[in-house]
Design a protein around this ligand. Structure first.
Ligand SMILES: NC(=O)C1=CN([C@@H]2O[C@H](COP(=O)(O)OP(=O)(O)OC[C@H]3O[C@@H](n4cnc5c(N)ncnc54)[C@H](OP(=O)(O)O)[C@@H]3O)[C@@H](O)[C@H]2O)C=CC1
Ligand SMILES: O=C([O-])CC(=O)C(=O)O
Length: 272
């Protein structure tokens, strides 16, 4: 039987490590969705491959995305989250947010979404286990902790390192470079610790979620281990992400967004 429902229009803000794969997957076809627009900082860099897609979307500035699409996927630098997400949720539409750390400086976006019937979706991204964390949070979570280990290349330049004059280039043994709350981790490592904020928003919030970060020359993967203790279950899980062409971003992140988009209109939906 043909499905005559209108397709949900999707736009992608940012065509880097995450956005490019998401755009290609949408172009290949995701049930119920159609790609209508994309944005990048240097449109000319992307014009060629975007034009070659089966169904080429418009290449427009981010300010136009909310008007054109029903769902906007943010995969741009964290400083742009507000300008991408606010116009979307103000129109009662849906924003999928990857730069999760920036939500902590823009918490009113959630109120804005509530006031206008919009929605902000945070995919599991580079992390693991947010299905179990959100389930445990229906009961009581006693503690939640994230231990992240990254190769040096995935951490250099982070504001916490620069501000505290911590040099990690050339280290030969693992070095713990941060211990504190998810809120402080997001400030000190805005391009690295989206996962800490995602865990905190799923569980017990950015002030009670504890985070350790290690610069580790012995690993080649971005490694995240979560440890949660609750009144329903105790669990720990680890994910070892293969970096994408952006060493700060694991390959699985784009796949997580694609899986999240597939769930939106799928006839069978698995997982919380
Ligand atoms: N939630 C999670 O688990 C994870 C989240 N992230 C976060 O996701 C975000 C995207 O990551 P990633 O894909 O690796 O980043 P990249 O640096 O690879 O790509 C960023 C993209 O944003 C585009 N961009 C920059 N400025 C603008 C602008 N003014 N208007 C439109 N587009 C713009 C760039 O355009 P151009 O190509 O023209 O330069 C580029 O295509 C980051 O904030 C990152 O921290 C990353 C990993 C995991
Ligand atoms: O592991 C990754 O791929 C990215 C990461 O830590 C993050 O952005 O939180």
């Amino acid at each position: 039987m043909a499905d005559n429902r209108a397709k949900t229009r999707v736009a992608v803000a940012g065509l880097g490590a995450i956005g490019t794969d998401v755009v290609k997957a949408l172009d290949q076809g995701i049930e119920g969705l159609t790609l209508v627009a994309v944005s990048a900082n240097s449109p000319d860099k992307h014009r060629g491959w975007v034009a070659e897609l089966k169904s080429a979307p418009k290449l427009v500035p981010i300010g136009q995305l909310a008007e054109i699409a029903d769902i906007v996927v943010e995969c741009a630098p964290s400083t742009l989250v507000r300008s991408i997400v606010a116009p979307v949720v103000e129109r009662g539409k849906t924003a999928v947010v990857l730069s999760v750390g920036a939500l902590l400086q823009n918490e009113d976006l959630v109120d804005l979404a509530k006031a206008h019937g919009g929605q902000i979706i945070v995919p599991t991204g580079a992390l693991i286990g947010l299905d179990a964390v959100t389930a445990a949070a229906v009961g009581t979570i006693h503690s939640a902790k994230l231990v992240t280990r990254k190769p040096v290349a995935g951490l250099v330049g982070a504001p916490h390192l620069v501000g505290n004059n911590i040099r990690i280039e050339g280290i030969t043994e693992p070095l713990r470079i941060f211990e504190g709350s998810a809120r402080d981790a997001a400030k000190g490592f805005p391009a690295n610790l989206n996962v800490a904020v995602a865990l905190s928003l799923a569980g017990i919030g950015p002030d009670r979620t504890r985070v350790e970060i290690w610069a580790d020359p012995t690993v080649t993967r971005n490694t995240h281990r979560i440890e949660v203790d609750s009144d329903s279950a105790r669990f720990s899980m680890m994910i070892e992400n293969i970096p994408s062409e952006n060493p700060k971003t694991g390959r699985i992140t784009a796949l997580s967004v694609i899986a999240c988009l597939r769930k939106l209109r799928a006839s069978l939906r698995i997982g919380t």
